[in-house]
Structures are given as structure tokens and as C-alpha cells.
Design a protein around this ligand. Structure first.
Ligand code: SF4
Length: 345
């Protein structure tokens, strides 16, 4: 039997990463998904952290959460399949409520989204009345609904600077907040732990109020990792996602969203690159740019993103599962916060 078109497309990119038997099987799955996608009038959105065979075969659009949210808002397809995690699929539903939005895995969560509840945000607002709330898009719809404006890792500084307020509440990523505080020259305070109710040292000088949520992937990178790599490869260019700690970001050469990191690698002739982010993104860049000298530091993969597989995406299309629903009252409030962010860019 001749090799399938999809296998011929994937093989040159992924032969060094995916065993041949597995690649043939995945190519077959991808062809069936693409056939069914047309039949069901669906669009597939794929986040940069998807595994390489999926990333390079079935999405109509790939990118970071802001770009994919824009594509979700614009689509006229009946079904949006979100190959990402639940908060991203919720954002698609918030922006395009008349479409059926499907997440291929029921439990594709996120440690950041789970670190904070709508009740926590209400408590913070009661503690700091009138202070605007900026919420990272990596949160669930009910948390967005309690917020004034959302942000992504790519526009967080611009969003904070757009607010006519000396102080802002920035939720829930402790490290992204720390990096934004550093870049905007603000002092940040966090709730003191060990107490049932929220407590803050408000006698300190502060212009930002944070929360102790963390990305369980990016928190693992350390300055020691950077030092070890620099010792072996003094000419390496290190790119860190802003969900890494402020110390790691300060010790790196560049920090930006996943899309900004990809552009940086594609437009640079550096002799070596090291990406401090979820490892599948490095795999995807290598697959698309095999001549780029990427170093690997891949002990960290996101267990939530890894829930999304080609098998489950096929089932999602066949069985119309798992449907994302957002109560209308919450959706309308969350929509305001997301639209304000999109207006900033
Ligand atoms: S990589 Fe981190 S922020 Fe992204 S989904 Fe996984 S846990 Fe959440």
C-alpha cells in the first residue's frame, strides 16, 4: 500500500522524534480527523504545547491562547474543537456562544486556573475596594467574570499600564505578576499564608496585589539550570516564558509569550537556543526548523496539555464531546473583561 499523504508530510519533520510505526498510526488518525472535520463543519484550534504529530497534522490554526481566542471569535464553523486546556475552550465559548465548543479531554485543567476561585476574587475586591482587577486568561470563566480586564503573558504589561490606577490587583500567577511588577517598576504584595482569611502587609509600599498561583511546569526551571547550560554552551541564547520565576527571567536573554519566543528563534541566527517552557513547543519548533540548534532541557511537560491526543480528538468529533458550557450571566461579565483585553492587543 502506498504511504498516505499525511504520513509523507509528517515523516520528514518527525522521523527523529516519533517511531515510524507510531507515526504511521498517527497519520492515519489525523487523516480520519481531517475528513470528519470537513463533514461536521468544524474548525480545530491547536495550542503551541500540543504534541508534534497532532500539532503538525490537524489544527486549522496553531498559536498562543490570545491568537486562538481571536480565531475562535471569528470562525463561522458550527463546531470549535479546542486542542488545549479547559480555560482556553471556555474563552472560545465566551467569545462565540452560538458555536458548539468541544474539549477532547474532560479533565484538561491547569494548575494556575485551579489556584483561584471567584469567591477569592470577591474577597480581594472587598479588601481593596475600587482597585481594578487584572486576570490572566489562564483562569476559569467565573473568575474572569469578577475581573475588570484579562491579560495574556504577551500583553500583561500593556494591560497594567493601560489602567488609570496607581494600584492594581493582578491574578493569579505569582511569577507573571512578579515579572510585570519588575517591568513596570511597581512593588507587589501577596497574601500572607497560614491564615484562613486573607491578610496583607498593607503598611508596605505597594502598587500591585498578587496571588500565589503558579504554573506547575514553568515553576520547575531554576537559575542553576541556566548556569549549568551556560557553562557548557557560553554562546547559548536562553528564552524564558514569563510564568518562570523573576529570577529565572532575569537570568535569561529574552522573555515573552510562546508566539514571541517562536518568532525570536525563527528570526535569530544564534548558535544555540534553550527554551524554558513546555517541552512540546521546542519539539514543534525543531520539526518546523530542523536546522535550528535547539538544546533540550525536557524534564517538564504539562500533564494537562498532554491529555489532548489524536485518539480523543477523533472521539470528540465522532461523539460531540466534551461540550463546554458557560452560564449566560457569567459569560456576559467575562466577555467584557476578555473584550477589553483584545482591544489592547
Ligand atoms: S503549562 Fe502551566 S499554565 Fe499552561 S496549562 Fe499547563 S499548568 Fe496551566
Amino acid at each position: 500500500m502506498p504511504d498516505s499523504e499525511m504520513y509523507m508530510k509528517l515523516q520528514p519533520m518527525l522521523a527523529n522524534m516519533v517511531p515510524d510505526v507510531e507515526l504511521r498510526y498517527k497519520a492515519e488518525l489525523a487523516e480520519e480527523i481531517n475528513r470528519l472535520k470537513v463533514e461536521r463543519n468544524a474548525v480545530i484550534l491547536g495550542h503551541n504545547y500540543m504534541e508534534p504529530a497532532l500539532y503538525h497534522s490537524i489544527p486549522d490554526y496553531v498559536g498562543d491562547s490570545l491568537y486562538l481566542a481571536r480565531m475562535a471569535a471569528e470562525t463561522d464553523k458550527d463546531i470549535i474543537i479546542f486542542c488545549g486546556v479547559k480555560f482556553m475552550a471556555e474563552t472560545a465559548k465566551i467569545l462565540n456562544p452560538t458555536r458548539t465548543v468541544l474539549l477532547p479531554a474532560e479533565k484538561a485543567g491547569c494548575s494556575l486556573a485551579e489556584s483561584i476561585s471567584a469567591h477569592d476574587v470577591r474577597e480581594l475586591k472587598a479588601h481593596f475596594p475600587g482597585v481594578p482587577v487584572v486576570t490572566y486568561v489562564n483562569t476559569y470563566a467565573d473568575v474572569k467574570a469578577e475581573s475588570d480586564i484579562c491579560c495574556t503573558s504577551g500583553n500583561a504589561v500593556a494591560v497594567v499600564e493601560s489602567l488609570d490606577s496607581e494600584t492594581v490587583i493582578f491574578l493569579p500567577d505569582e511569577y507573571l505578576a512578579g515579572n510585570v511588577a519588575r517591568e513596570t517598576g511597581r512593588h507587589i504584595i501577596f497574601p500572607t499564608t497560614g491564615s484562613k482569611s486573607l491578610q496583607f502587609e498593607t503598611d508596605l509600599d505597594y502598587q500591585m496585589v498578587g496571588w500565589r498561583g503558579r504554573c506547575e511546569v514553568h515553576e520547575k526551571f531554576t537559575v542553576e539550570d541556566i548556569n549549568t547550560v551556560r557553562e557548557q554552551f557560553p554562546d547559548v541564547v536562553i528564552l524564558a516564558h514569563p510564568e518562570c520565576s523573576p529570577e529565572v527571567v532575569a537570568a535569561s536573554d529574552f522573555s515573552g509569550s510562546t508566539t514571541a519566543m517562536i518568532h525570536n528563534v525563527e528570526n535569530s541566527d544564534a548558535p544555540h537556543f534553550l527554551l524554558l517552557t513546555e517541552c512540546s513547543m521546542g519539539d514543534n519548533i525543531i520539526a518546523a526548523n530542523p536546522h535550528k540548534p535547539m538544546l533540550r532541557l525536557c524534564m517538564v511537560r504539562c500533564p494537562h496539555m498532554k491529555q489532548i491526543t489524536l485518539e480523543d480528538t477523533l472521539k470528540s468529533l465522532q461523539l460531540t464531546q466534551y461540550k463546554i458550557e458557560v452560564p449566560e450571566e457569567i459569560r456576559l461579565k467575562a466577555l467584557q473583561a476578555v473584550e477589553r483585553m483584545i482591544a489592547i492587543g
